[in-house]
Design a protein around this ligand. Sequence first.
Ligand code: FE2
Ligand code: FE2
Length: 310
Amino acid sequence: MSFSIERYKEESKKLDTAGIDWNAVTSSPLSNGDLFCLHYMMDIENHVPLYLSHLLVTRACMDPILTAFLACWNYEELWHGENIGKFLNLYGIEFDTQDRIANVRAHLGVQNSVSLMSTMVGSWLLKDFSAVYLTIGAINELSTLTGYGALIRKSGHPVLRDLLGRIIKDERRHFAFYFNSAKEWLTDNEKAQRVDRWMLDRVWVPVGQGVKTQEEVDALALYLFDDEQGEEELLALDEKIGKLPGLAGIKLMSKALYAARERKGRNPDWASRLIDREEWAVAPPKKSPIGELTTRRARGGDSADMLEVM
Ligand SMILES: [Fe+2]
Ligand SMILES: [Fe+2]
């Protein structure tokens, strides 16, 4: 698996959706579990710009190759979220994409700023921060594309297979960048390997956790991977990450699945109740309405006033 940043810059583009049979979205049914996963995935794809804001204040961004990658990557991820949202809307689930994104962000609260500050400070204190960040990037991209593959399998929905199949191709390229960059950083660098392993064992969480609650993360993991094939896929994922220098035998995604099973063992309603109750709407938060955080405060008569001022 090789990666050329020059080629990536040349070829990076908006997801090509030509030929997707959008008219057939309602022809095949989706389960509550499928719908739960699609909302989760859409929210996390749409969260990428905020994730990027955490990275751009770190020492990792002194590297122009990394910032060139991030510029293209961020644009590509935008269209993943947009198209999953379009799919859900066409399936008949009504929401305004911009309101939903704003609500998800408004729920982040003060811990988002704390996390941004600690990532920034940590990166400048830790010389090998890039090794950790790049490895986490590789895990995130690989678990995302593995999750999309599992959802294609679970749902059996032909249009979703087509859409997610195209997104998976983008995620593979993203994974190739992160994996190769992490490998480069870690090769013959024992100190970085030790730091990387230490951090992954202690601070790593599955993609989406933080934006989503532990129970939501577990609901997705158990729906997609709590069978023989799913478990094998997660073990294979860990094995791939374990090929990075210093990470042999590391257990991350499989460990997250076993921890989710344990929580469900203690409380049988855990996770599945979110899917049963169709809890995927995101309500506006009580304390910070989106009108205070976005330009969407203009509603009805207000928007006319704004236009007049302009
Ligand atoms: Fe994506
Ligand atoms: Fe990606």
